[in-house]
Write a protein that binds this ligand. Structure first.
Ligand code: FPP
Ligand code: MG
Length: 294
């Protein structure tokens, strides 16, 4: 599957390019924001938002500003994360703070967060609230993450951390997409639940890839404690990887079960595809085979 050929991906890329070309020509900020925004990324969160609008029977054209806001706050969080983690490579290129220095990188993050608030301001209260709460959760989750160095960091702390730093933005994206097109509370919260499960699975897979050194498009000097290190305290390396993989797969299954509650449609199929694409499909073949043969 090639998400980059989807209309939703193109819509978001176009909106992002337009935003950059509309920026004031003060070269420094435009350079830094341009570097980050054009360095790729799968743009899955805004795609989920657009598809959530469509699965609720709405037109995703009304959701494009919110989708761009989601991608901007996500990218800003990665700039800040790279400063905190001493990330040196991001999306296959030099991280913003390495290339431009920490001050310029931090300010570009501030700019992108502020721009995202401007973009989101046109929507109704539930949309703005979901957005604001996700940002707050991300900062809380990252705070837990940077403190996660001690031996007493347990499974419960890990889930609290990833639910906040990662799953919160997936959940908000799905719920916002629903609210924008006037979906009721029950439908929006169903989609929020889908986003939460997917976000959890995504972060566990990301942590498995980092632990098994199957990552080539990013690199950090500081690595946080993940579920793998927590399992590894009690069981051998292979068993820890297998156990974490099963956990990720369980969350993928729960996410897809929620989607099954919606009528079949093009948007539902695409949400199913995105769900697999950023989780199961990211895992090395050997690991997938081990899990399948169990
Ligand atoms: C990546 O985690 C980081 C996050 C998912 C969240 C980062 C959040 C902040 C820095 C708070 C800032 C908040 C806002 C609203 C801008 P990771 O280090 O496990 O993943 P990686 O391998 O991709 O670096
Ligand atoms: Mg990081």
């Amino acid at each position: 599957m090639n998400i980059e050929q989807w209309d939703e991906y193109r819509q978001i890329t176009d909106a992002m390019n337009e935003m950059i070309s509309d920026m004031d020509d003060s070269p420094q900020m435009k350079n830094v924001v341009g570097h980050i925004c054009r360095s790729g990324g799968k743009k899955v969160r805004p795609i989920i938002l657009l598809l959530a609008s469509r699965i609720c029977g709405g037109d995703s054209d009304n959701s494009i500003n919110a989708a761009l806001a989601i991608e901007l706050i996500h990218s800003a969080s990665l700039i800040h994360d790279d400063i905190l983690d001493e990330g040196v490579i991001r999306r296959g290129v030099e991280s913003a703070h390495k290339k431009f220095g920490p001050a310029a990188a931090m300010l570009a993050g501030d700019y992108m967060i502020s721009k995202s608030i401007e973009l989101i301001s046109i929507y109704s209260t539930p949309v703005v609230r979901e957005f604001g709460r996700a940002g707050m959760a991300m900062a809380e989750g990252e705070t837990i993450d940077i403190k996660s160095t001690s031996e007493d960091f347990a499974e419960m702390n890990y889930f609290d951390c990833i639910d906040k730093k990662t799953a919160s933005l997936f959940a908000a994206s799905a719920a916002m997409g629903a609210y924008i097109v006037g979906a009721d509370e029950r439908t929006a919260s169903k989609l929020k639940d889908y986003g939460e499960k997917l976000g959890r699975a995504y972060q566990i897979v990301d942590d498995i890839l980092e632990y098994t050194e199957n990552v080539d498009d990013k690199r950090s000097e500081n690595e946080s404690i993940s579920i793998l290190q927590i399992y590894r305290r009690a069981i051998p390396h292979e068993s820890a990887v297998e156990k974490a993989t099963l956990l990720a797969m369980e969350n993928v299954r729960m996410a897809k079960d929620i989607l099954e509650e919606f009528e079949p449609s093009d948007s539902r199929s695409k949400l199913m595809e995105v769900t697999d694409h950023i989780t199961t499909e990211m895992l090395p073949k050997t690991l997938k085979n081990t899990i399948r043969s169990r």
